[in-house]
Structure formats: C-alpha cells, structure tokens
Write a protein that binds this ligand. Sequence first.
Ligand SMILES: C[S@@+](CC[C@H](N)C(=O)[O-])C[C@H]1O[C@@H](n2cnc3c(N)ncnc32)[C@H](O)[C@@H]1O
Length: 227
Amino acid sequence: MLILSKRLLAVSEMTGKVHTIADIGTDHAYLPVHLLKTGKADFAVCCDINKGPLDHAEKTVRDNNLSEKVSLRLGSGLAPLATGEAETVFICGMGGSLIIDIIEADREKALSAETIILQPQNDVPKVRKYLTENGFEIKNEKMVFDSGFYYTILSVKKGISPNLSESELLLGPCLIKEKPPVFLDYLNYKIEKLQALSDTLSEKDTPGAIAKQTEIQHQLTLIKEVL
Ligand SMILES: C[S@@+](CC[C@H](N)C(=O)[O-])C[C@H]1O[C@@H](n2cnc3c(N)ncnc32)[C@H](O)[C@@H]1O
C-alpha cells in the first residue's frame, strides 16, 4: 500500500481530474502513482535527472501494477516532456532556485501546460517574483504543516499577473486573501522566529547586524499587517 506524506497529499489535492500529468523530479513516483490510483489522472510521465530515483520510480510503478499507464523518462527538467503532452505538470520537493532554472530553461513548454503545480522547499518569494514577471499567474496557493515544516504549494497558469505587493510576494496573494488556519499558525511562527533573531542581533552593532536588524523589522511589519 502506498502511504503518501501529508505534503504530497496536499500537492495531489491541487489538481482536478486530467488525462495526463507529468512529474518532474519524480524520485519514487509516489505522487503520480497516487494520482493514477485515485483516478485523478489516466496517464503519468515521470521524469528525473538521475537514474537511481528513476529506478525507484520504476519499482513503485511495477509494485502497483501501473506500468501501462506510466512513461519513465531520464533527463533534466522539462526536456524529456513534449510540448503540450501533459495538462498538469508538477515540480515539487526541490529548491526554489532549481525550480526557476527548470522553468526558465524551457519556458515556452512550461507555459503550454494548462496548470503547473510547484512546491519549492525554500525561496518561495523568489519563485513568486519570477513567475509573475515571466508570463505566469498564481491561481491558487496552499500551505501544509508536515513533520515540523511548513510547505507552500502554488498552482500557476499562463497569464498576465497583477503586480504583487511586497507582502504578497513574501507571503502569497491567495494565502493572504484566504487566511487558512495553518497560514495564521505560520505567521505567528515566523514572528516568533524573527523576534528571537532580532533579540540576538540587538547586542551587536556591526554594519551587517544593523542591516539585518532593519530587514527583520521590515519583515515583521509586513507580517503583522497581514495578521
Ligand atoms: C527531493 S526529491 C523530490 C521528489 C518528489 N518530487 C517529492 O516532492 O517528494 C528531488 C528529485 O529531483 C530530481 N532532480 C534534481 N534536479 C533535477 C532536474 N534538473 N531535473 C529533473 N529532476 C531533477 C532528483 O534526482 C530527485 O529525485
């Protein structure tokens, strides 16, 4: 039986039913196998840059008798995928900069997908900024708390994005609008962390510490405005 992490379950909930999905950086192929088994997709293209993870993916697919519904492809980013081949493309569990690099390397192909679902492990504001300045619009956002970490998931499409404010880039336009309970927990967690950092820095008067303190106070103001 496949037991999906809370994080990947939340990712899976970001798509409606489609024919074909693509999972870039699929590793064990847990997400695509879950989507196939729950009837949310009829076919999955599972891509990874490394052979080891793709071997793991092959085993998960075989163990779940899904070989006929999966194409396993070795290669970087979107390169193994044909333009328009998958309605929904997932790029999850990678650093924000890598996700940006993957999209930027094949931007027209990325724009050709009906929906792209991204779950950056870090640098989420940087990902939002890149997307909204490069032909994508953020349609939905979700936050999930899993095993001690907060994860943000973005659902984006080709489109002209409105200009996002500084707090929208930092915290997410949809999350700010909807304010789900997990997001409010996250804001309070961020305030505590930033406040603790600020207290530590207050004993130092180097130019670096002063600049950092200014940045922290600015972030605290943005977060408190949203609460
Ligand atoms: C931490 S795993 C994430 C697996 C899964 N997507 C998840 O969210 O649980 C990252 C995977 O991305 C793959 N990867 C890293 N860089 C990649 C790239 N440029 N193109 C495709 N896959 C990549 C790695 O080999 C690894 O299997």
